[in-house]
Design a protein around this ligand. Structure first.
Ligand SMILES: [Mg+2]
Length: 229
């Protein structure tokens, strides 16, 4: 079996800022914070880590677990409306075809490795009609640390193996240096796509197995993910 774990933001979809706006509204609801959070780094990070950053930089405090959970709950309440407002929400090129193709193979387990919590991931991907393809995932609700998120995704995928099945290869597909570093530290393959905020040069400098400008060449992407290496 092959385990293939996709990052979400900048890899599968561009949500046109829906996540950032939902977090900003959550902080406004809970703390009256007036900020668009444009000075907070979001890319390649787990939601919990982003929220801790906002607490520290904007509210000058370290949050309790309850405070983090309250913001995460508010975020998920606002996300459907913010996704609706995202006129430029889109599946990135090649994604629909790649997922459709891989989902028909009985030697592939499709999963996620994302800094989003599971409820936020479900909302973001359901909006584009692709949540149904994923059988498991490592989420921002599992850990703040990207490599741990990848490990959780792999562990959950392994739990889906039937007796006698073994794992031939694990691939991570992501758009940030964080995805590449996490995959390498866990010892699995990584395909980097320059469809997020990072250039192909920057991604290449992190040493992925493969880096592509985007995922639009579907036969090429499939041959990489299904290769015997
Ligand atoms: Mg990403």
């Amino acid at each position: 079996m092959r385990i293939i774990l996709f990052d979400i933001d900048g890899t599968l979809i561009n949500s046109d800022g829906a996540g950032r706006r939902s977090i900003a509204r959550a902080f406004n609801d809970c703390y009256g914070l007036e900020s668009d959070l444009c000075d907070i780094e979001f890319h390649g990070r787990a939601d919990n880590g982003i929220l801790r950053d906002v607490f520290e930089k904007k509210l000058g405090k370290s949050p309790s677990e309850n405070e983090i959970q309250r913001i995460l709950d508010a975020l998920v309440r606002h996300l459907p409306e913010e996704l609706q407002r995202s006129e430029n929400y889109r599946l990135l090129d090649g994604v629909a075809e790649i997922l459709e193709e891989l989902s028909h193979r009985n030697d592939v387990i499709l999963g996620l490795e994302t800094g989003n919590t599971e409820p936020a991931a479900e909302l973001k991907l359901s909006h584009g009609g692709i949540w149904r393809y994923f059988r498991c995932g490592g989420y921002g609700s599992d850990s703040d640390i990207r490599s741990e998120i990848v490990r959780h995704g792999i562990r959950k995928a392994r739990n889906l193996l039937e007796p006698g099945q073994s794992v031939k290869a694990v691939w991570v597909v992501g758009d940030t240096p964080a995805d590449i570093e996490a995959a390498k530290s866990v010892g699995v393959h990584v395909l980097a796509t320059a469809t997020g905020m990072h250039s192909l040069d920057i991604l290449c400098s992190c040493g992925p197995d493969v880096a592509l400008p985007d995922l639009s060449n579907v036969p090429q992407v499939l041959s990489i993910l299904l290769s015997d290496s």
